[in-house]
Each structure stands twice: as C-alpha cells, then as structure tokens.
Design a protein around this ligand. Structure first.
Ligand code: ADP
Ligand code: MG
Length: 233
C-alpha cells in the first residue's frame, strides 16, 4: 500500500503485534496495512478475539507494535520516548471505552472535569470547558446529578464529554455501545457522527449492525488480519 496524498492521521504498513509469554506465542495482528485520514469515521468489526482491541490500543499509543511501521500524524512513533508518547496521547486522543466507570461520589461535571484537574488547567478554563462539552453531549441540565443515578446511555455520554475535554483530533471508542440497548446505542452512535461532522476523526469498535449509517468505512478483522471495505456515501 502506498501512502496516498490525503492527510493521514494513521498510517500502518506491514504492522504486526506478537504476544509472547508463558502461555505461548500469538500473532494478534499480522501484516496490517491501514490508512485512516483526517475526518474519517471508521468502524472496526470482527469476532471476539480477532484483534480489535489490540489494534485500538496500538492506535491509541497504549501499546506498541512488535513489527512494521506506524505513523501518527506522519510521525514515526517508534522514534518517540515514553514521555513524548504520553504527551501525544494527552493532546490528540480522546478515549471512550465500554466499561467507563464514573466516580460515584462526584457529580457529572466533577467527573468530566477530572482529567483537566490532572492536566493542571485553571479553574475558569475547567468550568468553561466542562459546560461546553456537557452541552455537546446534551447533558448540561444534568451537570449536578450524582453519577450513580445515571442510566447506561447517560454514563456513556459523560464518557464522551470527558473524552472531549482536550479537544482531541481523534476519538477512539472500543465498543461504546456494548452495554447499551439498541435505541440508546443508536443515540451514542449519532452523537459520534455529530462530532465527526464537526471534523473529529473517529475510530470505533462496534457490534452495531446499522453501522453503515455512521461510518464511511468498515474495517473487518479476522484472526489478526484486516479486510477493508469502503462504503458508498
Ligand atoms: N496482553 C495480552 N497477552 C497475550 N495475549 C493477548 C493479550 N491481549 C490480547 N491477547 C490475545 O490476542 C487476541 C486478540 O485479542 P483482542 O485484541 O482483545 O481481540 P478483540 O478485541 O477483537 O476481542 C486474543 O487471542 C487474545 O487472547
Ligand atoms: Mg476487544
């Protein structure tokens, strides 16, 4: 695969991930070629154990490939120190996971604010940003609610709000609708679609069968191998 001229956010060439431990050797990803461009909405689908989370963890700089090339925004991540990688992760990427746990003693806005507290943002900035992202996910009126009173869909909205606090250019969501009923899952996918329309690149692992309405590409993973399919838009 040649790198095309569009602005690639993610470019992988012959990438592999091998787990090698007491249990044995497993090639969780094999010879992966993948390019994801700015503004894409990519859905990763495939059976359990096929390598989807492994791929997401590498894209999100939480794990490293054991072979091949990975460029993030044209930067070869193999050349970066752990500190640089952490910085990139903090500045560029928003994570949304299936089992997002809110801290039950904190209310909704305090939960959203937390990463900004760690990032030492000023109080006035945090207040403004929290309001902005809660408005985006339609939860501004729930800002003071205790999080243990929230429904699954609301919790996932809070997770998305929290992922937005650093203005990420890339959102990674690993099965964000996995614990939700179909209607609520659809709401969450629509929310991701809205963010995508605003220019955020989205990569989502999902089992949602109506994915064509949201993604402009589906990447199928099977036994660590990728199969690309571009959808008509
Ligand atoms: N840290 C690890 N060490 C060893 N094997 C792993 C590890 N993480 C995942 N695997 C294995 O890699 C394969 C792919 O796993 P995963 O990426 O989690 O699949 P999926 O997300 O598609 O269900 C599975 O066989 C899994 O058991
Ligand atoms: Mg997984």
């Amino acid at each position: 695969m040649q790198k095309n001229n569009k602005n690639s956010v993610i470019y992988m060439k012959s990438l592999g991930k091998r787990y090698d431990d007491e249990a044995g050797v497993l090639d969780a990803l094999k010879d992966v070629d993948l390019q994801i461009n700015e503004g894409d909405f990519v859905a990763i689908m495939g059976p359990s154990g096929s390598g989807k989370s492994t791929l997401m963890n590498i894209i999100g700089l939480l794990d490293k490939p054991t072979s091949g090339v990975f460029l993030l925004d044209d930067v070869d991540i193999a050349t970066l120190s752990p500190k640089k990688l952490a910085g990139l992760r903090r500045d560029k990427i928003g994570f949304v996971f299936q089992s997002f746990n809110l801290l039950p003693r904190l209310n909704v806005s305090q939960n959203v604010e937390l990463p900004m507290v760690y990032a030492r943002k000023s109080k006035s900035f945090r207040k403004k940003k929290t309001e902005e992202v809660l408005r985006k996910v339609g939860l501004l009126d729930k800002a003071k609610h205790k999080s243990n009173r929230m429904s699954g869909g609301q919790v996932q909205r809070v997770a998305i709000a929290r992922a937005l606090t650093n203005d990420p250019s890339l959102i990674l969501a690993d099965e964000p609708t996995g614990n939700l009923d179909t209607k609520t899952g659809t709401e969450i996918m629509n929310l991701l679609k809205d963010l995508n329309k605003q220019g955020v690149t989205i990569v989502v692992v999902t089992h949602n069968p109506e994915i064509g309405e949201y993604a402009n590409r589906i990447v199928w993973v099977r036994d660590g191998l990728l199969h690309n399919k571009r959808l008509a838009q």
